[in-house]
Ligand binder design. Structure first.
Ligand code: KG4
Ligand code: ZN
Length: 349
């Protein structure tokens, strides 16, 4: 029997300091420290605050992961670290930690693409996937549709947002409705009491002309402005805002477009499996929409559990394990941070 590689993964691209340890597709540890509380009063992630929080959390989070897995850094076969895309200052903290460990313990280093890691993480929950696979990544920072023919060698960008990310739209609309940051879970909760058909909010990039140029792309800034105009109008009319109805109508507009475009992209690219990742994948309405509509077309839907959907180190380790298993060469020890690393680049060679 071939033994699977033991990999340490480090994530620090946004506001989560994550350290994961995996053996092949087996999850051994997933320690995460979040600085989200420190960003609440700003209503969004402040890069400098995030970087400082990574510095403070890195060593304790590494130690927590070693303890959870019962593994010492000396035991691992390689160290994987997110090197992009993300906030440069935040990425640099994880990269510096990974380089120090690789150098001190003479381990190979792999600089991992964060977006592809969001897809690879599903293997820790549902096992390896094969065959044409599509992935929808929806979080505060990204809204991307990928086609994954081979997780280490053939990842393509099919579509992405041309303005706000889906989670960002949830966060901004929550703010308009007086709900706390991050807004996604609050809108999800409040919307359950509302009527999703109460207000006809726009579905971005679904009209004829837009579909020609942006068939698989998304846009949420027009929707956000439409909600803002609705809120202002109700204020001018001195009417009490029907928060639950606005939340439900907004949420349906987002989830309807995400689902419609994702299923269309799956069909256009012959995808048999669809993986969903990122914080917005926790949204109840989105899950229902996708499962219902994908189910009707025979596409297998795989959604990792919430702790693996949001940013974490296990996803980085999971992709690192695949690279090692397939014999890919490690990255150079002078690996840079690449804030706009393209998704087609699975790792920094
Ligand atoms: O993946 P994530 O934890 O961090 C990054 O942005 O990379 O995603 C956070 C985003 C936030 O915008 C948050 O509002 C959104 O995911 N989110 C949700 C839900 N839970 C988290 N959006 C909609 N419904 C949810 N249940
Ligand atoms: Zn992410």
């Amino acid at each position: 029997m071939v033994t699977e590689p033991l990999i340490l993964g480090i994530e620090s691209s946004c506001d989560e300091t994550g350290v994961g340890i995996v053996r092949g597709t087996e999850l051994l540890a997933n320690a995460v420290a979040s600085s989200v509380e420190e960003h609440v009063r700003f209503g969004g992630v402040v890069p400098e605050v995030a970087s400082r929080a990574h510095l403070e959390a890195m060593v304790p989070t590494l130690e927590q992961a070693y303890a959870e897995a019962g593994v010492r850094v000396e035991d691992v076969d390689a160290i994987a670290v997110t090197c992009g895309p993300g906030l440069t200052g935040a990425l640099l903290v994880g990269i510096a930690a990974a380089k120090a460990l690789a150098l001190a313990h003479d381990k190979p280093l792999y600089g991992i693409n964060h977006l592809v890691a969001h897809v690879a993480v599903d293997q820790l929950e549902h096992g390896r996937f094969s065959g044409p696979t599509a992935a929808l990544l929806v979080s505060g920072g990204h809204t991307s549709l990928l086609m994954v023919n081979d997780i280490t060698d053939d990842v393509r960008l099919i579509g992405e947002t041309i303005d706000d990310a889906a989670g960002e739209a949830f966060d901004k609309v929550a703010r308009l409705l007086g709900l706390p940051y991050p807004g996604g879970p609050h809108i999800d909760r409040v919307a359950r009491e509302g009527d999703p058909t109460a207000i006809a909010f726009p579905r971005g990039l679904t009209g004829g002309r837009d579909m020609e140029k942006h068939r698989h792309d998304f846009s949420f800034s027009g929707l956000k402005s439409a909600v803002a105009r609705h809120v202002q109008h109700e204020e001018r009319m001195k009417r009490e805002l029907p928060v639950a109805d606005v939340a439900a109508s907004f949420q349906d507009a987002v989830c309807d477009v995400l689902t419609r475009k994702t299923i269309a992209a799956c069909k256009a690219n012959g995808a048999e499996t669809l993986i969903i990742g990122g914080g917005v994948a926790a949204n109840g309405r989105l899950r229902t929409f996708i499962e219902d509509r994908a189910g009707a077309t025979g596409i297998e839907v795989r959604v990792p559990r919430p702790g693996l959907c949001t940013d974490n180190g296990a996803m980085v380790a999971a992709l690192g394990a695949e690279l090692v298993r397939k014999g890919h060469k490690p990255s150079s020890l002078d690996l840079p941070a690449d804030s706009s690393m393209p998704v087609t680049q699975v790792y920094a060679a």
